[in-house]
Design a protein around this ligand. Structure first.
Ligand code: GRG
Length: 311
């Protein structure tokens, strides 16, 4: 896992990452049922070694509600597939036009644009197939949880979530017929765009884990609210790293948002305030879990891992 720093990474996070790597490997489609050319392209991006933040959140949320973590493994893998598809498509020339991702040349650079689009489409479809198939069970309660999770993840990945946020972001840097750009986001606009583009899938990851783990409705709601704050912290930190980080360390091109004139948390609030805002998110997440009577602190440890990356 090339992009994971070693400092501050507890045994719990390491163990979940190892589980996820193993499960992703099993979940990837194979030849000859699928053409090797597209399977290889999907594998190239999935196995490139991301942090696995979303699947870890999914498994930790099943743990947080006292559930069976194994029940959440298919949802964890499906969300990582969707996240990876979004990165492949985001890097295309028609979108963010990037050449470096997870420390490797982007997929369209090595396999061509057409194959990159297809690999993303393949991961998106496989994600929902996996959610429908696994965990394999005819128990009506398991079937009910799976349907709830499929509905939730579809909403988070689609036009009310990630795709919608990406559309807002794309429109913000696309001039009209007269070459005029829309006015830049204010703080509320920035928050809404990020809540959809990246926050929705992060929330869905945690909430799916809580649902698959059999959490009561109040527990699922608390995990969802906690994850909304972790997602916001993630985005603030991502903006800080885009200003401060080196591309080699990040595994993706640094400084792109600033270069594109995109508003970021550091640009709107300054670096110190942005760091404090990220820490405040974790404090709020802790208060949310405490108020719901959830004693498990591993979700907060993940939150601190997110924030430590900016220090
Ligand atoms: C193309 C439909 C479509 C959506 C793309 C999420 C997204 C929408 C684009 C990602 C672009 C980007 C770099 C956003 C900043 C935050 C972010 C999601 C970074 C990547 O996530 P990490 O840091 O990546 O969790 P790893 O590689 O560790 O999984």
């Amino acid at each position: 896992m090339t992009s994971v720093g070693t400092q501050g990474l507890s045994d719990y996070l390491r163990a979940r990452q190892a589980e996820i790597e193993h499960a992703l490997e099993r979940a990837l489609p194979t030849a000859p049922a699928c053409p090797a050319i597209v399977v290889d392209a999907m594998r190239y991006s999935v196995t490139a070694g991301g942090k696995r933040l979303r699947p870890i959140l999914c498994l930790a949320s099943a743990d947080a509600v006292g559930g069976d973590r194994l029940m959440a493994v298919p949802a964890a893998c499906a969300i990582e597939f969707i996240h990876t598809y979004s990165l492949i498509h985001d890097d295309l020339p028609a979108m963010d036009d990037d050449t470096l991702r997870r420390g490797r040349p982007t997929l369209h650079v090595v396999a061509g644009e057409g194959m990159a689009i297809l690999a993303g489409d393949g991961l998106h479809a496989e994600a929902f197939g996996l959610l429908a198939r696994e965990p394999e069970s005819t128990d009506p309660e398991v079937v009910r949880r799976k349907l709830r999770v499929i509905t939730l993840i579809a909403a988070a990945a689609g036009p009310a979530g990630m795709v919608g946020g990406q559309a807002i972001d794309l429109a913000a840097v696309t001039p009209d017929a007269d070459g005029i750009l829309p006015p830049p986001f204010d703080a509320a606009g920035l928050r809404t765009m990020h809540a959809m583009k990246t926050g929705a899938l992060i929330r869905a990851a945690a909430t799916s884990g809580a649902i698959m783990g059999g959490g009561a409705d109040a527990e699922v709601a608390a995990v969802d609210a906690c994850a909304a704050d972790l997602g916001l912290a993630f985005q603030i930190v991502d903006d800080i790293l885009d200003v401060e980080g080196a591309s080699a360390h990040l595994g993706k091109t640094a400084g792109k948002d600033a270069a594109a004139g995109k508003p970021t948390y550091p640009a709107l609030f300054g670096l110190d305030t942005s760091r404090r805002m990220a820490r405040d998110c974790i404090d709020r997440a802790e208060a949310t879990l405490t108020a719901a009577g959830l004693q498990d602190r591993r979700l907060l440890e993940i939150g601190r891992w997110i924030v430590e990356r900016s220090n």
